[in-house]
Each structure stands twice: as structure tokens, then as C-alpha cells.
Design a protein around this ligand. Structure first.
Ligand SMILES: [Zn+2]
Length: 332
């Protein structure tokens, strides 16, 4: 039997319902917040986050994947508090978000380094998936790494290969933060494939930031899901372009390789204030896919069944098939 791990325990894949595949509850530089953001009062922010997620649940979204990993202020005990106060499933992730170096505490541990031992990263990720995170009972349900404009920097590659190895040892699916405009989704696919990852286990995140259909088809043809996951970030690409790209991909037969999300958060210190955030990204809200994007996709000619394939079937398959493939693999 396949179980999906959430911040409230394991659930049946059928309970995933409508899924937003790339979101955050809190996103912060923890040290900065502790020093310079007195407005972050945990009890208040937990209550506010639960209220925002409950509003999302009321619009028919059942699950979010919270891709807040090391480097983005992950603190799972706080997520567990939010999860207790909302009916939405929160799947938490393990991995590391970096565009260049690994986090400083890990820089000198590993092969050929000051502490010359096997790379501890895969083991940290595997433990988060199999034993639980930071003393909680919460287990990670997904893996995450990143590769942005700087490309395959040493720390980026180290994390990516560790994520690939953790996928091979656990069957947990992978999401990658990529820069579509720099074509880094293809680099991530190459490195993960070198680690033996089945690319059908992978969501290439932020694919929706481009209208380059050839690039997107090249990724999808290798089996990965395209994360059309920054709806509401219209300063990067307009709603119209994001919708037209999805329609074009569906016409070419890629419906089963598409998933939707906002890359939103309930609170983040990346913006000096909530007002500043709304000034910069006025449409970026947790409610945007349900209230604006789905109607726009229907208006553009997709059917409700096709929209449900992107919101329900594809995310479920992402988890279920990765687990099935892992269970079917001969022990190595
Ligand atoms: Zn994100």
C-alpha cells in the first residue's frame, strides 16, 4: 500500500485531491528574521497561515507541497502547528536550496574536505524521509534541489547528486527549482539521470516561466512533469502567456506532463512588508489559481477534465508511480 507523508501523518494517495505542487508556508532567512523582523511573532503567523490555507481549502484545493528546504528557512515543528489548524494537507520536503555553495556547516564535511568522510547530505535527506525531521514525527514526502542562472556550480551539483541518491534509496519524488530562461531544467535532468534517477520521478519547477515550447517539450519528452508553478508572478510572465503555453502543450499531447501552482507563501521576509509584496506582485496570492487561472484555462478552450488532470491526476501519479517504481525495483 502506498502512503503519502504529510505534516499530519501519512495519507492515502486518493486523499491528495487537488494539489498545488510548489508552494511555501513560511519562506525566510531565519537569521535575518530573528535579528531584523520583530513583526514575525510565531503564534500570530501560525494563525494567519492556517487562515490563509483554510481559505484555499474552501476553494477546493486539498493539498500543497511545501518546498521550503534548507536555505529557505525550513522549520518543521512550526509547519506541524499550522497543519494542526488547517484541513489542507501539507507535504513537506527535504533537500537544499542553493544557487552556488552548500550551507556553511556542510562545506568542510565530505570527501577530500577538512573532515574527509563520505558526503553526509544523502544520509540527512534519507533520514528526513524515513525517520522524521528535527525530532518531530513529520516525514518528508519529497526531495528538492535548485539550479538557477549560475548553472551547475560545485555546491549545486553536490546537492543535486545527493538528492538523486536519496531518491534512489527511498523512492521519494523530486522537485527542482530551475531557471527556464537559462535552460537549467535540462542540466538538472542530465545530472539526476547520471545518478540513476528515473526522470518520471521529477518535476522540473518554474518551467512555466518561459514560452519556449521546444525547451519544454524536450524536458517533457524525458518523462518529467513541467511545473507551471508561478501563476501570479506576472512581472516575470503574464497570465496570458502562461495560459497560452499550457494550451499549446496540451494541443501537442502533453496534458499528462503539466501541474499547476503559485510558488506563494503565507509569510516571507523576502519582502520588507506585506504592502511592499502586494505592490510588487499584486496578483501573487494563494487563491489565484482557483479564482483566476482555472477560469482562464477554461476560457482558452481546456475542459474541466483537463484542468483536473493537471490539478489531481498528475500530482497523484507523481507520488504513486515513484513509490511503485521504487517498490518494484530489485534490491541493490
Ligand atoms: Zn519556491
Amino acid at each position: 500500500m502506498i502512503e503519502i507523508q504529510t505534516a499530519k501523518g501519512s495519507i492515502d494517495p486518493r486523499a491528495l485531491g487537488r494539489v498545488l505542487i510548489h508552494e511555501h508556508v513560511f519562506c525566510m532567512d531565519m537569521e535575518y528574521t530573528l535579528n531584523y523582523r520583530p513583526d514575525f511573532v510565531e503564534a500570530e503567523k501560525v494563525a494567519e497561515a492556517a487562515a490563509k490555507l483554510n481559505a484555499l481549502k474552501a476553494l477546493g484545493i486539498d493539498t500543497i507541497i511545501d518546498l521550503t528546504v534548507l536555505g529557505l528557512g525550513r522549520h518543521v515543528p512550526r509547519i506541524a502547528k499550522v497543519a494542526e489548524r488547517t484541513g489542507i494537507n501539507i507535504i513537506v520536503a527535504t533537500g537544499c536550496y542553493t544557487f552556488d555553495e552548500v550551507p556553511k556547516p556542510l562545506a568542510q564535511i565530505g570527501p577530500g574536505r577538512m573532515f574527509d568522510v563520505p558526503d553526509p547530505l544523502p544520509e540527512l535527506f534519507v533520514r528526513d524521509i524515513t525517520a522524521g525531521i528535527a525530532g518531530t514525527k513529520v516525514k518528508a514526502g519529497a526531495l528538492k534541489c535548485a539550479i538557477d542562472a549560475p548553472g551547475l556550480k560545485a555546491g549545486v551539483e553536490r546537492v543535486m547528486r545527493a538528492v538523486g541518491r536519496a531518491n534512489r534509496r527511498t523512492g521519494a519524488p523530486i522537485s527542482v527549482h530551475t531557471s527556464a530562461r537559462h535552460g537549467t531544467g535540462l542540466v538538472a535532468q542530465r545530472v539526476l539521470a547520471e545518478e540513476g534517477v528515473d526522470l518520471r520521478d521529477v518535476i522540473i519547477g518554474h518551467s512555466g516561466d518561459t514560452t519556449d515550447i521546444d525547451y519544454l517539450m524536450e524536458i517533457a519528452d524525458q518523462g518529467s512533469i513541467l511545473g507551471m508553478d508561478r501563476f501570479g508572478m506576472s512581472a516575470m510572465l503574464s497570465l496570458e502567456d502562461r495560459v497560452a503555453t499550457i494550451v499549446a502543450l496540451v494541443k501537442r499531447g502533453y496534458l499528462d506532463r503539466l501541474a499547476l501552482s503559485h510558488d506563494c507563501f503565507c509569510w516571507s521576509d523576502f519582502f520588507p512588508s506585506e504592502a511592499a509584496r502586494q505592490g510588487f506582485l499584486p496578483e501573487h496570492s494563494y487563491l489565484y489559481v482557483s479564482q483566476t487561472v482555472v477560469p482562464a484555462l477554461l476560457e482558452a478552450g481546456l475542459t474541466q477534465v483537463q484542468v483536473d488532470t493537471m490539478l489531481i491526476d498528475n500530482p497523484r501519479r507523481h507520488f504513486e508511480d515513484a513509490a511503485r517504481r521504487f517498490a518494484a525495483r530489485p534490491a541493490s
